[in-house]
Design a protein around this ligand. Structure first.
Ligand code: IMP
Ligand code: MG
Length: 175
């Protein structure tokens, strides 16, 4: 078992706080008097989602979808499947997908397609982290927190084999 103390901190708790605050302001400004549905992708987005909604200045609804990408602990296989689908009716709604990280982009684009079939009024993507160097499919990130290099990160909801989701900052797990 790796100790979290030995992991290099890439993004501090304070920096995450500033970033989430900025994203909440951008979304509040853009949606004004709309009443968007925030759709969190589990499990990785649960911490980000809970901080974000408390900083928004507009009323929102929330829902979650749980997907899984088969693969090893650090590499997505690209084969995405829905483990737990939507409960909300998204037809005609303004939906904002809340994602922890866009890496290959396969999971996020799968969720965008899944939603579009259900005829929402609009779909936007908000992601805390972006690893653009690993992209396999284009994803437009409308609200982006931080671009990071190609390193495997944990904390603030993100895991390595289910470990470290509880860390308050973002750290690096190298090989
Ligand atoms: P995708 O490769 O963009 O499809 O990413 C799918 C999911 O893999 C993300 O939502 C994360 O949950 C997970 N993931 C990708 N990169 C990392 C990482 O560096 N650390 C932890 N999880 C990651
Ligand atoms: Mg994961």
């Amino acid at each position: 078992m790796i100790s979290s103390d030995s992991l290099e901190v890439l993004i501090t708790e304070e920096e995450i706080g500033r970033v989430v605050h900025r994203l909440a302001q951008e979304i509040s400004r853009d949606y004004g008097d709309k009443h968007p549905l925030l759709l969190g992708i589990l499990k990785g987005s649960f911490v980000f989602m809970s901080d974000l909604v408390r900083l928004l200045e507009i009323p929102v609804e929330i829902d979650f979808i749980r997907i899984s990408s088969y693969g090893s602990s650090k590499v997505s296989s690209g084969k995405v499947r829905v483990v737990h689908g939507l409960n909300s009716d998204v037809k005609g709604r303004d939906v904002i997908i809340i994602d922890d990280i866009v890496d290959t982009g396969l999971a996020t684009s799968f969720v965008i397609d899944y939603l579009r079939k259900r005829k929402p009024a609009s779909v936007k993507v908000c992601a805390l982290l972006d690893k653009p160097s690993r992209r396999q499919t284009d994803v437009i990130i409308d609200y982006l927190g931080v671009k990071i290099p190609d390193r495997f990160v944990v904390g603030y909801g993100l895991d390595y084999d289910e470990w470290f989701r509880d860390l308050p900052d973002i750290r690096v797990v190298d090989d």
